[in-house]
Design a protein around this ligand. Structure first.
Ligand SMILES: [Zn+2]
Length: 300
């Protein structure tokens, strides 16, 4: 006899949040061992779509991440507009998202296997959430995703979720939020002052923000996502910085480094990059020295 554990509770929260408690307990008694219990709940929730079920099973089997629902009815406002959301599983035409997520985790693992082997100290960055909370907004709307409390919320209608690459980048950004939270709000203490300095200096100057933006995500009709008045937040700056770290290292390992490295753009960029590298990525920075200049493309 197995007693319900924290893992049972987590699986029930992820996979049964939009059902009555009885429905899930009847289908999958919490007396099952934790892993069988989670698998049973996945089978139960994806029973109507065998292709989606195979993908949901594969996601859980390979990564331990639960494919669940997000029952939050609204994610506040985005640029002043309240957004209504509803829980939704990635089935039918939406099952493709599961395949993209599986591919994203595989890619993170490939890249980090090399980084972990080369880092001078242990890398302290979790590459998986506990669960996904899928939801939809009905029409294409932000947020595309959120990351909190070990869960990544995933909008099936998110504008950033229309191809595998964008999903990979969005989810990495959200994974940083989970790691930032796990580390007690690292971004505010490590980068808060630096971030405020950039905001003060640039004011409303989009071009100025461009020099400090680690990634090209922008608010529609606004400026770069971490700096726009509607979304401005040091946590977003830090998440975009972490994504930049991933993109630069992935590109270096592929032999096609991004030029110029982010850290070479300004003193602020260098300081932020170094703090991130030290505190999350084991002190490993494979990007070139700023003084060195770009190396010739391979083969030329
Ligand atoms: Zn974010």
């Amino acid at each position: 006899m197995h007693r319900p554990s924290r893992d049972h509770g987590r699986a029930i929260r992820a996979l049964c949040a939009d059902l009555t408690p009885d429905a899930c307990t009847t289908a999958c008694p919490p007396t099952l061992p934790a892993r069988e219990h989670a698998q049973c709940l996945i089978d139960f929730r994806f029973a109507d779509d065998s292709e989606a079920l195979d993908l949901a099973r594969a996601l859980y089997a390979r990564t331990g991440v639960l494919p669940g629902v997000d029952t939050t009815t609204s994610h506040g406002t985005y640029g002043g507009t309240p957004i209504a959301t509803q829980p939704a599983l990635p089935v039918g035409d939406d099952r493709q998202h599961l395949a993209w997520l599986i591919a994203s985790f595989e890619r993170y693992e490939q890249v980090f296997a090399i980084l972990v082997a080369r880092a001078p100290r242990p890398i302290d960055f979790r590459l998986r959430p506990d669960a996904f909370g899928f939801f939809r907004t009905g029409t294409q709307a932000y947020p595309s995703a959120w990351g909190q409390g070990g869960v990544v919320g995933y909008n099936l209608d998110g504008p950033l979720h229309t191809n595998e690459r964008d999903v990979l980048e969005t989810i990495f950004h959200e994974l940083f939020h989970l790691n930032d939270e796990r580390r007690g709000g690292w971004s505010a203490s490590a980068l808060g002052e630096l971030f405020e300095g950039i905001v003060r200096r640039c004011g409303r100057d989009d071009g100025c923000f461009g020099d400090f933006a680690p990634h090209d995500t922008r608010v529609p009709n606004g400026t770069y996502y971490p700096f726009d008045e509607a979304t401005r937040d040091v946590r977003e700056y830090a998440a975009e910085l972490a994504l930049r770290y991933f993109r630069e290292h992935e590109a270096i390992l592929d032999g096609t480094p991004l030029e110029p490295p982010f850290k070479c753009g300004s003193e602020e960029n260098r300081v932020a990059w170094e703090r991130l590298v030290e505190d999350f990525f084991g002190g490993l920075d494979l990007s070139r020295d700023c003084a060195a200049g770009p190396s010739a493309p391979r083969g030329s």
